[in-house]
Ligand binder design. Sequence first.
Ligand code: SAH
Length: 487
Amino acid sequence: MFLTISTTGNERYPATDLGFLLHKHPDRAFSAGLSYGTAHVFYPEADDERCTAALLLEVDAVALVRRGKGKGRGGAPDAALAQYVNDRPYAASSLLAVALSAVFSSAMRGACHARPELPDRPRPLRIEVPALPARGGPGLVRALFEPLGWTVTADPVALDAGFPEWGDSRYVRLTLAADTLTVAEALRHLYVLLPVLDDAKHYWVSSDEVDKLLRAGEGWLPGHPEQQLITSRYLSRRWSLTRQARERLELVRLAEADDSDVEEIDNAVAAETETEEKPAPLAVRRRDAITAALRACGAARVLDLGCGQGQLVRELLEDPAFTEIVGVDVSMRALAIASRRLGLDRMGERQASRVKLLQGSLVYTDHRLKGYDAAVLSEVIEHLDLPRLPALEYAVFGAARPRTVLVTTPNVEYNVRWESLPAGHVRHGDHRFEWTREEFRSWARQLAERHGYDVEFTPVGPDDPEVGPPTQMAVFQAATAQETKAA
Ligand code: SAH
């Protein structure tokens, strides 16, 4: 099994910098014993203009089979001769990926103490893998590497050069070239995608594989168009692990996407403040209405779901009736701003013990959110794509099940009253939908019915006789809680 990484250079940026980046000196051969064989690194060429590092992996097929058994495949019929007589020792595969991470671990992390300026600089790179098992063929090879910036050549290898009529084997000869990637990125792409193409992991997949995948996939896997296939194959189609990975990738994606949200929220708040007639801007009226509703239901422990930059959290903190306030948001950036604005690090211990900020996505059930008196979803639901809304409904009303839930969302009918809003436009770019009063009510009533809540509606802002109020609020009370209260 064999792989080469080459780069070109000049006097200023000599190609031999590759040695620093890989932490392997071009003048010395390096060998490392792995549990299933030996990895060798050496440099077939190394000067200012061209430098090539080769990774050669000698696999001990017998050790591999023993190790496989030891790892607990259980009662699998391991004794089959096929275990010993197969392509594992010869083809690049998941073993090569493991070897990459074993011998180039610092390089993969992008660390280089000797020359700290090097790892972040993209360089001209060329990677060759003469025999890569590629289930899915050259088409899939391209679909996996091209979105990452590689120019891909994947030539099928004939089953037998002497008998072309036998057709192609499942191997390709792979060449990757790029000028825009760093060595660390290249290694991390290979580490994940070689086993994905091989699609036959040699070792038992355990839950720390999800961590490994996400670490190696940082910066490129969350947005990759083949993310699902990559995740599923990398985790050997183990459904629970795949789901875990997808959820965590989704969090990353949302957190990144929401960086732009935060600006939009700021703009929206500013816009509301400007366009809304005096005396109080709509955002302030909304918080007042929410606080009043929370007091009315006697809530002490409150969740602010999709808390953004923490304006409501700050307001609730001022009332000692609220003994515990938890702000939850998917956006790390919003939470960082919230924490700074609330002055969490300067707060006295007593005050600090009343407030917590958690990162999480509301479309997944989250045990941390169980057992609260009330939850607020203020101007949050319209930020979700409609097909994801049922997931949030279940996570909040089915799993977390606070006694009271307050939901506010814009009333689209009122948009004609915003002078600055062109006809047919939503209030800001990240709103995936805006509902009429009737749409909101019918959604809320069905939701209440499904999860055993009663629901009432309250206008927020001036209640226009024709088009209703700018914001609509639904107050859900768990049916059983009401009975208890009435009793
Ligand atoms: N509640 C605040 C902020 C509303 S903006 C207010 O009333 O002013 C919507 C917020 O929902 C943003 O902070 C966004 O990051 C958050 N959000 C969007 N989708 C989310 C999800 N799936 N999980 C958690 N928070 C989400």
